[in-house]
Design a protein around this ligand. Structure first.
Ligand code: 0O2
Length: 222
């Protein structure tokens, strides 16, 4: 079977499942916005630049199931496709990524199923990002259900790289010429250098601001 089940019952369960995944995206999105607002309130800065969320297309779900040798059924998609609901969090600095991930993981209704740290362990291509698969409870009229969400957290620079690499992979249908792969890898190194430099510059500025507070007594509580 190359298509998902489009029979009336199939469409009905597809709609129910998509409702669940959409609700999960809203839940996680709100959690992230609250953390960002609280950070602004306490530390006077926003660790999150922006958030993008999406539901994977049926074509993309079928492709992923096929790639892994599973039949295209709604049951298999729920069981084996972890990123039907995906949320991408773009942060300013690498340190913010771990802070956000840690704060989310500590929330009592979030269950972390898996973590892939492609920042500490980048892919061979140079891809860097922090991935978490979590579940959140969705409260419906007849009780609660757990829904899976893939959260990708990365810096602006990592996101820039990943978007271009994704475009290149799409254009060459995965068969990317060696010289482009090499240049992408070089760009990935530049991205890491840029992120490290921006972080250390920011730390220096923050240290300066703290000293100023103590000397000038401009703000009593930071
Ligand atoms: P698309 O088109 O973005 O949806 P798992 O989810 O753990 O069962 P998977 O999917 O191999 O297994 O997990 P992984 O490695 O965490 O990758 C999930 C998603 O991360 C991918 O989804 C991509 O969005 C992104 N990603 C992973 N590796 C790369 C990479 O090398 N380059 C880019 N640009 N993105 C990457 P999909 O379904 O593959 O694609």
């Amino acid at each position: 079977m190359d298509k998902l089940d489009y029979s009336p019952e199939g469409v009905d369960s597809w709609k129910t499942i998509i409702l669940l995944y959409n609700s999960a995206l809203k839940e996680v999105g709100t959690k992230l916005e609250i953390l960002n607002d609280e950070f602004q309130h306490v530390h006077q800065y926003n660790p999150i630049e922006h958030i993008k969320s999406r539901i994977k297309t049926p074509e993309s779900i079928v492709k992923k199931l096929k790639r892994r040798g599973y039949e295209s059924s709604i049951e298999n998609m729920v069981k084996y496709v972890n990123d039907i609901a995906g949320i991408r969090v773009i942060c300013s600095f690498t340190s913010d990524i771990y802070r956000i991930a840690d704060m989310l993981a500590k929330q009592s209704d979030i269950k972390v199923l898996s973590i892939k740290d492609y920042i500490r362990n980048p892919k061979e291509s140079g891809y860097k990002s922090y991935h978490m698969i979590v579940t959140v409870p969705i409260f419906l009229s007849d009780g609660s259900k757990e829904a899976k969400v893939e959260i990708q957290i990365r810096t602006v620079a990592m996101d820039f790289w990943a978007s271009l690499e994704h475009k290149i992979n799409y254009k060459y249908e995965g068969d990317v010429p060696e010289h482009i792969k090499r240049e992408l890898l070089e760009c990935a190194e530049m991205v890491s250098d840029l992120d490290a430099k921006m972080l250390s510059l920011n730390e220096e500025i923050k240290d300066g601001e703290e000293d100023e507070d103590v000397v000038g007594g401009l703000r009593l509580v930071r």
